[in-house]
Design a binder for this molecule. Sequence first.
Ligand code: BF8
Length: 688
Amino acid sequence: MPDESKEKIGKVAPLGEKSKPVKAKKTADPLNASIDAATQEMIARAQELGIETVFDRAENMKPCNIGTQGTCCKNCAMGPCRLPLPKSVSEDEDTRKGLCGATPNTIAARNFLRMIAAGAAAHSDHGRGVAEIFLSAARKETEAYKIKDFHKLLSVAPYLNVATTVDVDGKQLDRDIDEIALEVAEKALKEWGKSEGELLYLKRAPQPLYEKWKKAGVLPRNIDREIVEIMHRTHIGVDQDYINLIKQGTRAAIADGWGGSMLATDLQDVLFGTPSPLESEANLGVMKEDHVNIVIHGHEPVLSEMIVAVTQTKEMEDYAKSKGARGIQLSGICCTANEILQRHGVPLCGTFLQQELAIITGACDAMVVDIQCIFQNVANVAKCFHTKLITTHPIAKMEQDNVIHIEFDEHHALEDAKKIVKMAADNFQNRGSEVMIPPHKHTQIAGFGVEAIEYHLGGAFRGSYYTLNDNIINGRIRGIAGVVGCNNARTRHNEGHLAVVKELIKKDVIVLTTGCNGIACAMEGLLTPESAPVYCGPGLAEICETVGIPPVLHLGSCVDNSRILLAATEVVKAGGLGNDISDLPAAGSAPEWMSEKAISIGHYFVSSGVYTVFGVTLPTSGAPVFQKYIFEELENLYGGMWDLEVDPIKHAQKMIAHIDKKRKALGIDKARKRIMVDMSTRRELASS
Ligand code: BF8
């Protein structure tokens, strides 16, 4: 284990240099850092080996207070101008301004918009990459990718104005499927940069929502333009009105949720298959000591799909055996993991905060990364072990010299995947004696989507969300929550996620999850039907038991938050719960968010009519007027609004209060009261 790769704790300056002792570095308390046993054990293991992790770094570097408040402006070289919120100052007395005169509202709004721009760009550029591969597949330029789900292709085509039938002598006949695929690919790609019109998918939203966007003047024109315009407007001396600024943030966020992300999800489903429920496992304990372990990390399924295909071949299985392993164990971190979980049942190795820990097991023969949420420090950790760290995407390389770059290309995708799998198998023999895989994992049922929810809760014959709506109306299900997002090292790993979700299901709110929240719930066993009688209120438990679903439905990766928008739209369409998403007894949450993508997601939830609560912090607290605008005034435009609540129980209770408010407005609060009986009353009723 090369010593230079370790960040020594309590290091002392070398002799000859100023002999001022370096302050001893603090280490994280594993029990305070995470509520997950596997994570706690691996943090302790890292410290035993003298390897620093994100949990230790969080102890040694405090976040900047002014940045946290959203009031540091570094958009020109006269700054950074720092405008911390004074301890006590009324709105009228607040005279803070930057050198150019920018107010805290302008600065916080600009920063917020730039986060939306980065988040929308990340999701949408991912989507564009998928669309390009899709075009390649439609043109039959690649052997590796082929259309897998024709049914989904035909369902998506009309939204892109692609005809699925053709008129032959007055008769409507099915159109050639290859022709449809090609036109879908071309039309989809145009959504990023077309010069006129508006995004085609906006029409998928409920009509009243579309009309709200139109009235507010926020219909996105194309995906790229809305992101670029944010960068223009937030340059020094351009838009200096927080209300006008956030309007552009709304355009870009809608372009993400109902554009780039939704296209990514749809095209991935057509190419790789629409998910349907399947069984798998989650947590670091899915790694196997006697197998070649390949951990896939990032967000794009285009390469990982190939790695899954290659590892399943007998050739690779035999190759791994020839190297002394019993087979190949694939597992994933972050949203690439969610993608291959949803479609293939590949187990989840861990959440965002567990990426370094997967290598510290000493059993990770290769970590293959693509884009987004990858710590640069995984390269330093990999140096301490035999692990091959492989970057695969041209836009995401690392400077450390131990990182191997194998650029992935759809034209030789299978060869690339094979090269990577072989490299991992060859590396199995280089393992040291320091293997320690924590024995913790949990079974999960994942693979839900709009279609699977329809099937399980609507009934195959009805083909609608009728049963779900019916049970919301009669009060067995109190409402729907979308709980999503990251881990954040500034808060105890997974504590917020699980406390919020458990409180919601305890109060009969069904949870739709994605991203790292989905992984956290899987690790806790909440993605199993068996968890329903343990954690749910009586109404939700009864539904889960009757239809055999978990109370928390895993819908996939973060681009798959678009599935939540579409599921909500289906609920509106099924009837009885109002005319718009904002009428539904529903709420959104990101208890442990940290990424710019989360801000974009939060804002498209809000702009789609969803009351959305974030945990940890929000970079708006230093600009109370702007914060009030997004917490209160946006509701008048779109029906949804932001909120912040750090305490997870209060966080969930705020969501439930909003759900109850909506139930009351719909006149279905009485129905719920009728069935609200506790277990002892139920037993009495049953025995009488
Ligand atoms: O896109 S939830 S930490 S992995 S950003 Fe990243 Fe956040 Fe996890 Fe997926 Ni989403």
